[in-house]
Design a protein around this ligand. Structure first.
Ligand SMILES: [Zn+2]
Length: 311
């Protein structure tokens, strides 16, 4: 059976997936990213895994997703977030294993967007926006059935429009960006502040084991009014940004992804009351598989990637 390979290179794990001709995920696995081994060690692990897969499967196309910057021809990773990658010719390295395959490289956010658009909650949409809520807020946009790329492929930084001029400093150089109010980091900040002010609350008790993006939701489900109050504020901030995106892009769908969306209905309960168009905001359907599925489908944009190599 012919299939397509998607590789998602992340700072913590390397995820590997195979999709069939109907874009269904037929195989997935992951292994830790050996950051201490440097880019050579990491690429060696990936190539070893690929050799094994290439012996077992008839792999037609290959896509790689990772954070960071690529070269102009989009065949090498120049820098990659917290990965120890400096000018690594990923496409050439993988081509040494898969000599007759097309191999394409894309940032991880666009891979997730492509997956969600082609086979997830955005299937059939002409225009959609995906908002990824994590340490910051990222995402991407499908405009007129194509990925919105912008200069240097930098479009889709959806966390950096200002929603409050008096807000906190952002590492992009502005003040009061959307992500300063609605990222998981922002939510954790609200929890920390509230725990100090309400030491006897269920939230404070639950925070003793450490605070992450799920702490406020757990406390809320346990009946904590302090947590409920925090989530009301957080939900309003998140909805404010999503309402802005609705006006900027007029998408058929705004799909939400990232760790916080695992909270599902509990999250949406606090966001929906503040949305101008709640019918068009949904939690993405592919979850943690979006990166590998999207990478395996990059070949659908082969004209674009090959045109970069000719420049
Ligand atoms: Zn910013």
């Amino acid at each position: 059976m012919k299939c397509n390979l998607g590789i998602d290179i992340g700072g913590t794990n390397i995820k590997i997936g195979l999709t069939d001709e109907n874009h269904g995920l037929i195989y997935k696995d992951s292994f830790p990213t050996r950051s201490k081994a440097g880019s050579e060690g990491i690429m060696s692990d990936i190539k070893e895994y690929c050799r094994k897969l290439n012996n077992e499967y008839d792999i037609k196309h290959i896509g790689v997703g990772c954070p960071g910057d690529k070269d102009d021809a989009n065949v090498s990773i120049l820098t990659a977030g917290n990965l120890p990658f400096r000018n690594v010719p990923v496409v050439a390295e993988l081509a040494s294993i898969f000599d007759c395959c097309n191999i394409f490289l894309e940032n991880d956010g666009n891979c997730a967007l492509i997956a969600e658009w082609l086979v997830g909650s955005g299937k059939g949409c002409n225009d959609m926006v995906m908002v990824t809520i994590g340490t910051g807020i990222g995402g991407g946009c499908i405009v007129n059935r194509d990925v919105l790329r912008g200069l240097h492929n930098d479009a889709g930084e959806l966390g950096h429009f200002v929603i409050n001029l008096e807000g906190p400093d952002c590492n992009c150089g502005q003040k009061g960006c959307f992500e300063q109010f609605a990222s998981a980091t922002a939510l954790i900040g609200y929890v920390k502040k509230s725990v100090n002010e309400n030491p006897g609350s269920i939230l404070a008790e639950m925070s003793e084991e450490g605070i992450d993006g799920s702490t406020a939701f757990k406390a809320c489900r346990a009946g904590c009014n302090v947590a409920k109050e925090i989530l009301s504020v957080y939900g309003k901030h998140l909805a404010t940004g999503l309402n802005g995106l609705k006006y900027i892009f007029a998408p058929e769908l705004i799909a939400l992804s990232g760790g916080i969306t695992k909270e599902g209905d509990t999250l949406m309960e606090f966001v929906i009351p503040h949305l101008l168009d709640p019918e068009r905001v949904k939690i993405s359907s592919l979850g943690g598989d979006a990166g590998i599925v999207g990478a395996s489908l990059l070949y659908k944009f082969s004209d674009y990637y090959l045109s970069l190599r000719k420049k």
